[in-house]
Design a protein around this ligand. Sequence first.
Ligand SMILES: NC(=O)c1ccc[n+]([C@@H]2O[C@H](COP(=O)([O-])OP(=O)(O)OC[C@H]3O[C@@H](n4cnc5c(N)ncnc54)[C@H](O)[C@@H]3O)[C@@H](O)[C@H]2O)c1
Length: 391
Amino acid sequence: MVGYAFMGAAHSQAWRTVNRVYDLPARVRMSLICGRDSGKVAEAADRLGWEGHTTDWRRLVESDDVDVVDICTPGDSHCEIAIAALAAGKHVLCEKPLANTVEEARVMAVAAARARADGVRAMCGFNYRRVPAVTMMRQLIADGRLGVIRHVRAAYLQDWIVDPQFPLVWRLQKDRAGSGALGDIGAHIIDLTQYVTGQRITGVSALTETFVKERPLPAGSSGLAAQADGNGRAMGTVTVDDAAVFVARLDGGALATYEASRFATGRKNALRVEINGSLGTVVFDLERLNELEFYDATRPAAEQGFTRILVTEGEHPYMSAWWPPGHIIGYEHSFTHQMRDFVEAIATGTDPAPSFADALQVQLVLDAVTRSAGLDSRWTEVEPTLAELAA
Ligand SMILES: NC(=O)c1ccc[n+]([C@@H]2O[C@H](COP(=O)([O-])OP(=O)(O)OC[C@H]3O[C@@H](n4cnc5c(N)ncnc54)[C@H](O)[C@@H]3O)[C@@H](O)[C@H]2O)c1
């Protein structure tokens, strides 16, 4: 694994847990973790349960003892690490968004397609697909229970940078993160809604905004164009969006709205998706992630209404390995489910999803949103994927 902070910890917990919960055809050994600071990575290895540690990710790629490389770093290093790992025959799990640019994502998708011919697997970490209620949402739609999908309504809202004094961390720098709220959390609702509906976004009209344009540099930062504010603190320019909103068309005919913001005061990590079809509606809210709201318009008129389904039965996706019905699960379980599916795909020689090609398509949507916003919200088609170009 490369990176040991937020996602590094979440993924480590999942790697530690996955064989204890699921009966899998392979056993995970947590061999080597990489971080840039030798003292901190040693401490992280001990705390998170890794056998060894290194300050150079190339050691993971070169090591005969490593079969899988898990990339949990900011987007500016995804491409280089993933390409090197795939070329060395390592299976790769890469955090989202796949890359910082469409160009990088294309190179990664091509490398993954080539590696696949040698049995090497690559997957992108859109973990929310693996929340059981989200997987169930997809099943209901695939089974035709919603009929023809008319509307997709998605919002992913946070508020951690409302304070203008919050420092200019890597997520607020385009060269490190690619984009702001759009690529960080907007990418999740783009992937999630396309996954559950089985439809792809074909075009968008978008607005983006950077509400706070200058922020204090984080302690110890260097190399950024800095200037002092009135209090003598070094300031830097925010080079990403704070919020992005867009309307979209899906290829099955649905109209969609998306909102991704880090300025939604009071909203900590509020992901909500509602899908309206000709036969019903489903609603998912991450703050109540064990539940799915379902309105079934085929029921007799007198009995109609939203049903709250508690998605904790053994027959619900992923749930049979956990606790008795009604004993709820949480955020971290989505990562355990992600590792389960990835290990199973590797061990059985099948293609894991979302593939790098799927993640490239999300990147193309992000790119269309950025281009539309730069053109006064002009309607902008999503560029074709590699497969669509080849067809
Ligand atoms: N799936 C999700 O829900 C989710 C949530 C948060 C973040 N992410 C994604 O995960 C990735 C990491 O985000 P995070 O929140 O964990 O960031 P973070 O800042 O918490 O951690 C980043 C880690 O990468 C390390 N790092 C940076 N450059 C490195 C390099 N060149 N070599 C080795 N280590 C390096 C840092 O030291 C740190 O340990 C991003 O792509 C982000 O978009 C996904």
